[in-house]
Design a binder for this molecule. Structure first.
Ligand code: SF4
Length: 314
């Protein structure tokens, strides 16, 4: 995963500081980081005079204190860096930065004092989004929102696992991968699940690498969408079928009511999933224990903290 270096990895900010980013640091030991500080990569020291985006239409990356224009070096660095990247599963970039920001860097009318006139991606963040349009890309601010963080984690762990399938190049691995993600895909929409199922069935007898390529394109696009409550409710009811025989009428009724509450938007998915997780353990159901809808990333990364901030998933 590519991450802005100032998010707890180095004191590389304009003022010589680093940023405490617990949501990023929690991933240590679980993901491989590739850190980058685009401003230092183009030759700036830390500390340094700050940069800002100037001009609404085609903003330039300027250093007001010196009048220097870093637009071209930054664009060149971004192009070279992103072209030479090994396969990556996602990005976490520093929010609000005129270089790394993915959506909320301030844009000014001039290098003089004055209020911001717009917000947009920084130059490096913009290049990342342009070159990796369907990859999971977040900033550390959005990751404080639990729903956004869990969607991001689900996506990067799914893509890392799919990358292992790609590297092995075996159809049997893809079939097993698809089986593990079946209920998650069902929760994203039956049509998508069916489409991916057809790709895996490979009626045209395409070579495995071509099948995996087609699968990845469709799968990655699926992960970009938020779960749809009616579809997710169907997936939960499907899972109930695997444990239903062992439940009392009261337990079944409780679960059905919880699913109704979720469908109506009155409780989060995690409430219903929590109940199912307990039953998966109680009844020892390997099929469900393997389903990434219930266990999408290492449990050490589960956290109740939620800033309540952030925006809706993109
Ligand atoms: S926001 Fe990006 S450019 Fe700025 S210090 Fe952090 S990593 Fe470096």
């Amino acid at each position: 995963m590519v991450v802005s270096r100032c998010l707890g990895f180095d004191h590389c900010r304009y003022d010589g500081s680093t940023i405490s980013a617990p949501e990023v640091q929690a991933l240590r030991g679980e993901v491989e980081f590739l850190t980058v500080c685009p401003e230092m990569a183009i030759g700036l020291p830390s500390p340094r005079q700050p940069l800002r985006l100037v001009g609404e239409r085609e903003p330039r990356l300027l250093q007001p204190a010196t009048g220097r224009d870093f637009t071209a070096p930054m664009r060149r660095f971004a192009e070279d860096f992103l072209t030479s990247l090994p396969p990556v599963d996602g990005f976490v970039l520093k929010n609000r930065s005129p270089s790394c920001g993915i959506a909320d860097a301030k844009v000014y009318a001039s290098t003089e004092k004055g209020a911001a006139i717009a917000r947009r991606a920084g130059l490096f963040g913009e290049a990342v989004r342009g070159r990796f349009p369907v990859h999971p890309i977040e900033d550390e601010g959005r990751l404080t929102n639990r729903a956004l963080r869990e969607a991001f984690l689900t996506a990067i762990f799914a893509l890392a696992s799919l990358r292992a399938v790609e590297e092995a190049g075996r159809m049997s691995d893809l079939v097993a991968f698809h089986a593990r993600y079946k209920l998650l895909l069902m929760a994203l929409g039956e049509a998508r699940l069916r489409k991916l199922g057809r790709i895996v069935a490979n009626a045209e007898r395409l070579p495995p690498r071509e099948v995996v390529r087609l699968y990845r394109a469709e799968f990655q696009d699926a992960l970009r969408r938020p779960l749809r409550r009616p579809s997710a409710a169907n997936a939960l009811l499907h899972a109930l079928g695997y444990v239903s025989d062992g439940l009392s009428p009261g337990e079944r009724a409780y679960f059905l009511e919880a699913v109704d509450e979720y469908r109506a938007g009155r409780v989060p998915l995690s409430t219903v999933v929590g109940v199912l997780r307990a039953w998966i353990v109680r009844f020892d159901v390997p099929y469900l224990a393997d389903q990434r809808l219930f266990f999408p990333f290492p449990s050490s990364l589960l956290s109740p903290e939620d800033s309540g901030g952030g925006r809706e998933p993109r």
